[in-house]
Unconditional design. Sequence first.
Length: 228
Amino acid sequence: MKTDEPAERFQRVAEALDALYVLHGKETFDEPDDLLGSLIATLLNQSTSGINASRAFGSLVDTFEGDWDQVRRAPVEEVAEAIVVGGLSNQKAPRIQKILEQVHEERGEYSLEFLREEEPEDARAYLLEFKGVGPKTAAFTLAYAAQMPLFAMNTDVMRVSKRVGWVPASVSDARAHELMQGWVPEGDYDAAHIALVTHGRRVCTSRAPRCAECPLRSDCDHHQKEEE
Ligand code: SF4
């Protein structure tokens, strides 16, 4: 990992992101969304593809008629069955039920909308209390559904950021979020997230990165090591 000064690193990241916007376009998140539904949808997205996660969420909503109370009270096997297409259903089902139980117990309703009034770091800390909700899920839920100024990293963003050398390879997810939140220009958190996800899926893929087509290669630690 390069040891440049903060201002230099900020500049490097900003220039790289500009190159990715040229390649993949510069998009932003849609309108704000329901926070509790987004948290559950993001949890279902863990360790699976976006398509399977969407199918699992759709199936969960259809099976229980969009009623979180039904989801919480159902036998856990039925919830697991409803989300089976998303993978790890035996792990995710009890976690979803526990989140619903905890939210209802604390708030008297199935809603996390109160988090919109919280400071982003307080909202993040609240979500991190739930079992199964880590730094990636918490940051994405709040950045996407509440449009809070948090930089969210999924597996693709993490891989690209580590390969290029913006964050150390051995760093924890929480620390990686902290670092990248400082390097990415604040007004661009959502556009940067989308561009890095797209880049990780189309170019900097897990098994065979297509470095010859990548505009980041002249400044990428991983590529330079491969060249040596
Ligand atoms: S140069 Fe290769 S390893 Fe580096 S970001 Fe681009 S595709 Fe990924």
